[in-house]
Design a protein around this ligand. Structure first.
Ligand SMILES: *Cc1c(COP(=O)(O)O)cnc(C)c1O
Length: 453
């Protein structure tokens, strides 16, 4: 696309963004091009691009309120047991509907996705001395779930463009103790599950998908969470279907799901007999009562987020140094729990990310950098390696080799460059998308001011 087209597109979108936008004071050149605009960054006392709050999340609807009150009055507050796997209460109803929505035979609700991941890994057979391939670009819970199984989380570096576990980097890390791979659909965008499943099949690895951010996301028309042995979801407050704290495991294998049920139910299977070791990870009726009415809103909200994200991506194309999380070929739908992009400082006079973030905040935008932590180098890893259990279960030679190989340079780069916008912004109007893009255009145009922040 020619520079002139880009400029014209920028001009049109800014001109249509209305009086609330403070960046329309640009000088229009002779051929209609917008030339660099002198404006003051809001963080330095200028007028912010956006002043209104983002759409509210979570959404306390009347339907949820009524559902909660009715559960409260029923006196049935804990999961209804003893009536088959699902029981008859709100939790049972939720499990049936969620399995149907995602397209698996079974669903088991849990108290969180952390619990779901621990349960799932345990139930596919991950245990002491095993190794699980993980990604460093995720929430700490994905890694803690592996440690809870007394297994070694082996970090696979990310693809710098998609932010996902790089399928090409999996195979060199596989050894005779590798039991499973745990892909995370980060950002609510699907991993390349075709290539990940191919490596997993070749080496006979179990696959537990962390789909905590990826409700209704699809790879080649198939939903995230349905590719591997088990898929895990979160319903924590910030997630796209939310109840405070909650999680679920989906899968098709009756026997593995029965293992999950027993593990989450202090070792007791659906027939109530004690069959194995277990903890208590049950979802309660109130959580399911909050979730059930959201089946009516999730598909449409997902559609809105996809449309807004596609629109924003087109607007961001015009800004040098803003590189959105890339959609690979198999992408068919996103959940857009968060919308990620890389801030490339070389296009912003080398101003560090912190200054860019200060400028963004000043213009009225909200964001997080949470999932761009360098989990592979955080102290909890070294502390786990030095724990009595790990010292007993893994050889000194293995742990030393682990320390030597535990490098993820692409993820380090993501840590330095990555920014996420929250999903509820994408429930807003096109105007909000324009304001997000306008704020970044403004910061880019006035990048010489970033040094003063
Ligand atoms: C939120 C999240 C989790 C943990 O979910 P909880 O329900 O909070 O336990 C795990 N993995 C990822 C990628 C997440 O975003």
């Amino acid at each position: 696309m020619s520079g002139q087209n880009v400029s014209r597109r920028r001009f049109i979108s800014e001109a249509s963004a209305g009086a609330a936008v403070a960046v329309t004071a640009g000088v229009v050149g002779a051929c209609g091009d917008v030339v660099k605009k002198a404006d003051k960054l809001a963080a330095l006392g200028g007028t912010p691009v956006r002043t209104e709050p983002y759409p509210k999340w979570p959404q306390p609807t009347t339907a949820i309120e009524e559902s909660l009150v009715s559960t409260f009055r029923s006196g049935s507050w804990g999961r209804r047991l003893g009536e088959g796997r699902h029981g008859v209460g709100q939790v049972g109803l939720f499990e049936k509907r969620f399995a149907e929505l995602i397209g698996t035979k079974h669903c088991l609700a849990t108290g969180s996705c952390t619990q779901a991941l621990h349960t799932a890994l345990h139930s596919v057979g991950v245990g002491a001395g095993d190794e699980v391939l993980v990604t460093p670009c995720t929430y700490i819970a994905s890694i803690q779930a592996v440690l809870l199984c007394d297994a070694l989380p082996v970090f696979v570096d990310v693809d710098i463009d998609t932010f996902q576990m790089d399928p090409d980097k999996i195979e060199p890390l596989v050894n005779e103790n590798t039991r499973a791979v745990e892909p995370v659909h980060i950002g609510g965008l699907p991993c390349d599950m075709g290539r990940i499943m191919a490596v997993a099949d070749k080496h006979d690895l179990k696959v537990v998908e962390d789909a905590a951010q990826a409700h209704l996301a699809e790879f080649k028309g198939k939903k995230c969470g349905t590719f591997g042995d088990l898929g895990c979801f979160s319903f924590q407050t910030s997630k796209v279907i939310a109840c405070g704290e909650g999680g679920a495991i989906v899968g098709n294998d009756e026997e593995v799901m029965e293992k999950c049920y027993a593990f989450h139910n202090i070792g007791m299977g659906t027939t109530r007999g004690s069959v194995g070791i277990g903890t208590k990870y049950r979802m309660n009726e109130f959580e399911a009562a909050v979730l059930n009415p959201q089946f009516a809103t999730l598909p449409e909200q997902t559609q809105t987020r996809n449309e807004n994200a596609a629109y924003l991506a087109r607007r961001l194309e015009e800004i040098p140094g803003i590189a959105p999380q890339k959609l690979h070929d198999g992408f068919t739908k996103g959940a857009y729990y968060i919308y990620g992009f890389r801030y490339q400082k070389e296009h912003f006079n080398d101003a560090p990310k912190e200054k860019f973030l200060r400028a963004l905040r000043g213009e009225g935008l909200r964001f997080t950098t949470m999932y761009f932590d360098q989990l592979n180098t955080q102290p909890f890893i070294e502390n786990a390696l030095n724990s009595r259990t790990f010292q007993k279960v893994f050889s000194t030679e293995r742990l030393n080799r682990y320390r030597e190989q535990n490098h993820c340079p692409s993820n380090d780069q993501l840590h330095a460059e990555g920014v996420w916008l929250p999903q509820y912004a994408f429930l807003g109007s096109k105007k909000l998308m324009d304001e997000i893009a306008d704020a970044m255009v403004k910061i880019h145009d006035n990048r010489d001011q970033l040094a003063k922040l």
